[in-house]
Ligand binder design. Structure first.
Ligand code: 5GP
Length: 138
């Protein structure tokens, strides 16, 4: 369990602009939006990273996330958007309670900017890595 500022928002101890709430999920506006409509979708289960989230909480987020995206798109009139989900400080996570960002992308300059230092996957590297990951899924 990790107690963060989001636990206090869930309990209503801190204010937020609430958009949606059910048994497992809360959605509210980000206090420092990258673009108008920037929304945070969080499970009520207080865990730091996505890999720690229960199946029930994950399913509840999955059920409502597309509906929230549609609402943000309709409200902002912006059809392009990014879903961002950071895990760990090195991956730019600042609040250690799982959250999904819905970030409208109104123009090339506004919204989320992404560095993408891609390199072509070699055949044997791909085979080795796929084997390792498949092994962990068993
Ligand atoms: P992270 O970098 O952890 O993925 O993003 C955390 C997000 O939470 C940031 O975009 C930040 O603006 C937002 N945030 C941090 N504290 C608060 C708060 O008290 N209220 C709201 N609404 N958003 C917050």
């Amino acid at each position: 369990m990790s107690e963060t500022i989001f636990s206090r928002i869930i309990r209503g101890e801190l204010p937020c602009h609430r958009l949606y709430e059910d048994e497992h999920v809360l959605a509210f506006l980000d206090i420092f939006p990258l673009s108008p409509g920037h929304t945070l979708v969080i499970p009520k289960q207080a865990v730091a990273t996505l890999d720690q989230l229960s199946d029930d909480a994950s399913a509840a987020i999955g059920r409502v996330l597309p509906r929230l995206c549609r609402a943000v798109m309709a409200a902002t009139g912006v059809s392009d958007y990014n879903i961002l989900q950071n895990n760990g400080a090195a991956a730019h996570q600042a609040v250690f309670h799982v959250h999904f960002h819905i970030i409208p992308k109104p123009s090339a300059e506004a919204g989320l900017g992404i560095g993408w230092p891609a390199q072509k996957l070699g055949d044997s590297d791909g085979q080795d890595m796929a084997e390792k990951i498949r092994g962990q899924l068993k």
